[in-house]
Write a protein that binds this ligand. Structure first.
Ligand code: IMP
Length: 190
């Protein structure tokens, strides 16, 4: 750690926890052929690892959200290819922060009359929640620090980092972006 960033969950710990979630989901959805819907783009590494820890038959689809205005308003920019009507739907999210995105998404998907609708989020930023929204499965409970890596980005960057990093000084990200990825991949010095 050099004062600007700190690794909060290493890749190995992420994979261990994701496989625990996968085992729970496998048991809960046995025989139900659920559709796992990854919310692009942040959920990509998570869903890729999660499905390899789920040993019951399921399908995978994605949707992409766009944000507009304030108050976390979102619209579906790219929809699922699979119809969700009558299906057991499990939304796969990277992080739930205020809860506004998830609550809008749940409203949007409920209209399609799925048989059931649940969410798995890798990260739950509990202290930041402003909307009380159901979150059935979560990987880690975290504080209100800004995280990058393992799908989470800052201005489109750092989704590729294997672990999760807290950025201590957001205003310094511009200055450190040359050295940070090397450190996060374990080939640089802290
Ligand atoms: P919401 O506040 O629950 O609606 O979360 C909105 C979105 O903010 C999430 O889906 C993430 O894309 C983004 N977000 C929230 N916290 C972080 C973070 O710590 N790092 C990167 N993106 C975040």
């Amino acid at each position: 750690m050099n004062g600007h960033y700190l690794e909060v969950v290493e890749a190995e710990a992420l994979h261990r926890r994701i496989c625990e979630l996968g085992a729970t989901i496998s048991a809960d959805y046995s025989g139900l052929n659920p559709v796992l819907v990854g919310v692009l783009k942040g959920s990509v590494p998570f869903i890729a690892d999660l499905i390899r820890c789920i040993d019951t038959p399921h399908e995978v689809d994605f949707l992409l959200l766009t944000r507009f205005g304030s108050k976390g308003r979102v619209a579906v920019a790219m929809d699922t290819a699979i119809s969700l009507e009558g299906r057991h739907v499990l939304l796969v999210e990277d992080i739930v922060d205020t809860g506004l995105t998830l609550s809008t998404l749940r409203r949007n998907l409920s209209v399609r009359q799925p048989e059931s609708l649940r969410t798995v989020a890798l990260l739950d930023k509990v202290p930041r929640r402003i909307v009380d929204v159901p979150l059935e499965y979560r990987g880690f409970e975290i504080g209100d620090e800004f995280l990058v890596g393992y799908g989470l980005d800052w201005e489109g960057r750092y989704r590729n980092l294997p672990g999760l990093w807290a950025v201590m000084q957001m205003d310094r990200l511009q200055d450190i972006h040359e050295t940070f990825p090397a450190v996060a991949f374990g080939s640089g010095t802290t």
